[in-house]
Design a protein around this ligand. Structure first.
Ligand SMILES: *Cc1c(COP(=O)(O)O)cnc(C)c1O
Length: 411
């Protein structure tokens, strides 16, 4: 028999009453009946608000919080977040539409991402949002489109720093990168922004994602502030915006511990007086996706078959990697590990057993839990994948094998 994978850390953000998980105060079984179908994603609005409140409480009050929408662009969720954070970061024209629909002040919306096409840039200029420039070519396109519209585009420079965030889940800076302008080329780009008389706002310096080590984030912030202060000497206008990125991670796997915000907050507190003294008009923004929404969401699929193959029990559910690529281990993970999973309508259960939870797709990649100890489940039971609020549905290949679509609710 194969070995049992370690049990995940217990997820405590969703209460359990009479052995049934509660989402927004509603028993999972009742929520499933209300939705009328499985699979679905459910996001808990109270947990989202509590997460923002935690950051407000711990981080210096001068730090502004932005939500990076690509983590979860569900319109109702973005609308909820818009009432909690100071700004929204979008990565496409469709995300820009959802962001503007919330009523968020366009000045607090920024648009990042390589390969922005002229129609997207024209829409962003007309919307008067901030465009984070990713290249010298993009700068020229923005200037031309601004002239055509008779408007002065609002721009920031996305910098590809000369350092990288250590122990980051996904490295997005340091060496050669498609993202941002290399730090050493930034002075020339700043000069050109001055010549073209664009409305220069400042810098966007993003150095990684999914980091659980506070000391690595502290070090990245140190390097980020040093770099920003150095680059500011070449700026064509006072720096008004300094987006220092995010990178705050959440625990997924056995052995992961929640990020300790205290040293990050203390370090920001230490830097702010000098940053404010040297850049008097600056607003410092921390931009987060996963950390804000990841722990507030679950994915729910229903057991449709239970079979034993040569001594190994499989629960076959009606959802899988086509809705939740990350939980299957195929969204950037090097070694596949189990997301936290429970049987939501019998969390502890009476009997326990070791099973694998697989989806309906005809591929061995469609695996939601590999040899996990769960309550003994039957057909009709609800399998819950925790930590599913970020990079879930929209980060998955929904069309693969042409199964029915998934539903999302904000509870
Ligand atoms: C993806 C992305 C984010 C959000 O990253 P998380 O790890 O979800 O917090 C923030 N900024 C930029 C530029 C991004 O591309």
């Amino acid at each position: 028999m194969s070995t049992v994978k370690p049990v995940h850390a217990p997820m405590s953000q969703f209460p359990v009453i009479e052995d049934c998980l509660q989402i927004g105060g509603i028993p999972l079984t009742q929520l499933a009946a209300r939705i009328g179908q499985t699979p679905f994603y459910a996001y808990d609005r109270k947990l989202l608000a509590e997460r923002v409140a935690l950051l407000r409480r711990v981080l210096p009050s001068a730090i502004e919080l932005h939500y990076a929408m690509k983590a979860n662009p569900m319109p109702a969720l973005v609308q909820h977040m818009a009432g909690l954070v100071d700004g929204l970061d979008v990565a496409s024209q469709n995300e820009m539409k959802v962001a503007l629909d919330t009523g968020m002040n366009p000045a607090e919306i920024s648009f990042a991402g390589p390969g922005k096409r002229p129609p997207e840039l024209a829409a962003a200029i007309a919307a008067a949002i901030t465009i984070n420039l990713e290249s010298a070519h993009e700068l020229e396109t923005v200037a031309r489109l601004g002239r055509e519209q008779g408007r002065r585009p609002r721009v920031a420079v996305r910098v590809n720093p000369d350092f990288e965030l250590k122990a980051s889940g996904m490295k997005m800076s340091g060496g050669p990168k498609p993202f941002g302008v290399d730090a050493e080329q930034v002075p020339a780009v700043l000069r050109r922004i001055g010549e073209l008389e664009l409305d220069f706002q400042g810098f966007h310096i993003f150095s990684g994602s999914q980091n659980l080590r506070a000391e690595a984030i502290v070090e990245a912030h140190d390097r980020t502030f040093e770099l920003a202060l150095r680059l500011a000497t070449d700026a064509p206008a006072p720096i008004r915006l300094l987006n220092i990125g995010g990178g705050f991670g959440i625990p997924y796997f056995p052995g992961d511990t929640p990020l300790d915000l205290a040293p990050i907050a203390a370090n920001l507190e230490r830097w702010l007086p000098e940053v404010k003294a040297r850049l008097p008009e600056v607003r410092v923004v921390v931009e987060l996706g996963r950390y804000l929404v990841g722990e507030a969401g679950i994915y729910v699929a229903e057991v449709v078959d239970r079979k034993v193959s040569r001594g190994h029990t499989f629960l076959v559910v009606n959802g899988g990697l086509h809705h939740h690529l990350a939980a299957s281990g195929n969204f950037g993970q090097v070694i596949r590990k189990n997301y936290p999973v429970v049987v939501g309508n019998r969390v502890v259960g009476t009997e326990r057993e070791v099973v694998s939870v697989v989806g309906p797709l005809c591929t061995p990649l469609d695996l939601l839990a590999d040899r996990m100890e769960l309550a003994q489940a039957e057909v009709g039971d609800l399998i819950v994948v925790f930590q599913s609020g970020a990079y879930g549905l929209t980060a998955s290949p929904a069309a693969f094998l042409s199964h029915p679509p998934c539903v999302e609710v904000l509870v």
